[in-house]
Design a binder for this molecule. Structure first.
Ligand code: UDP
Length: 329
């Protein structure tokens, strides 16, 4: 297939591009490089530096490159930033996707794999989270993605041939097993990179946000899924799409690890006893979030291969230790 990957220079998008190329697909990347890295784009993929707001530009790329399907990763994804700058989030994430859908409509491209998020669920009362758990986001980031899911349902109902799958990610982590791709955010806020950068001495210490949660060790519990498993699910989902499909799947490993457990694992994997501080809770963090990922396994046969936190942290450490300055190293 000829696949357009929006956001293919970002952390998850770049891993998807690599996997698509290795699976024999022709890949075209659209990325405005505001958060992504040119160096992360696979050498065999074509890169267009373009904003999602450029509907006509997107249309021309879709038409000229004879695109069969789109994977859409291009988004802003910092919860805190979304609270401070909601308009940027609705503009980039929601309006940007509508612009992409208009371009796809005009070009006659009818398949979309969309990066959604467990943030669309907010703070559910019951775990694990299933796809039918009520979706009540608690921040503009979650709402901006929720809005896209709503748009996709409505557009899908109006346009018979359009098929989409919205994949609701839990905590994506780890780096390409072969060490060729990694994770570089500025600023970095995610737990595993922050821990590994502290181990490398690039940060003075790491703060654990809250140790008084109603969990066995008092720290938050999250479901960490390896980026390669997550990308594999995208390929399976894209290939499974038939005309008119509207699918929604959780992507997690189906069990949670506490911040404390991830911290202990990072110390074991790196062999470095780096400094840690225990601080107050971070606003908006639910105590426990983990997925029931059974639906995509039952319907599409996808299953995570990395099922323990140690193997996930090992792949991340492989990247961070060899690229202490990120892609500039
Ligand atoms: N966390 C932490 N210290 C950090 C970064 C994260 O204690 O420097 C915690 C955070 O409060 C959450 C978990 O680690 O409970 C995962 O956070 P992350 O930002 O990686 O992902 P999120 O769950 O917010 O999507």
């Amino acid at each position: 297939m000829n696949v357009l990957v929006a956001g293919g220079a970002g952390y998850i998008g770049s891993h998807a591009v690599k996997m698509l190329v290795e699976a024999g697909h022709r890949v075209v990347v659209v990325d405005n490089l505001c958060r992504g890295h040119r160096e992360a784009v696979h050498a065999q993929a074509v890169l267009y530096e373009m904003s999602l707001a450029d509907t006509q530009g997107l249309f021309r790329v879709l038409r000229d490159e004879k695109i069969d399907g789109v994977m859409h990763f291009a988004a802003l994804a910092y919860v805190g930033e979304s609270v401070a700058e909601p308009l940027s989030y609705y503009d980039n994430n929601t309006a940007g996707t509508i612009s992409l859908l208009r371009a796809m409509d005009e070009a006659g491209v009818h398949r979309l794999v969309f990066s959604s998020t467990c943030a669309t669920y907010g703070q559910p009362e019951r775990m694990p989270i299933v796809e039918t758990t009520p979706q009540v986001p608690i921040n503009p980031y979650g709402w901006s993605k929720w809005c896209v899911e709503r748009v996709l349902r409505d557009y899908g109902a109006a346009q018979d041939r359009f098929a989409f799958v919205a994949l609701r990610y839990f905590n994506v982590a780890g780096c390409a097993a072969d060490g060729s791709l990694g994770e570089e955010h500025d600023p970095e806020t995610h737990l595993i990179p922050v821990l590994l950068q502290t181990a490398l001495g690039r940060r003075a210490n790491v703060t654990v946000f809250g140790s008084d949660y109603p969990t066995p060790d008092g720290t938050c519990i999250r479901d960490y899924i390896h980026v390669d498993d997550l990308c594999a699910a995208h390929l399976v989902a894209m290939e499974a799409l038939g005309p008119g499909d509207a699918r929604f799947y959780n992507l997690g490993i189906g069990r949670g690890y506490s911040v404390r457990e991830v911290l202990d694992t990072a110390r074991q994997v790196t062999g470095i006893d780096f400094p840690v501080e225990y601080g107050p809770r971070r606003p908006g963090d639910p105590a426990i979030l983990y997925a029931d990922a059974g639906k995509i396994e039952r319907e599409l046969g996808w299953k995570a291969r990395y099922t323990d936190i140690r193997s996930i942290v090992e792949t991340a450490w492989n990247w961070f230790r060899n690229h202490p300055e990120g892609y500039g190293s």
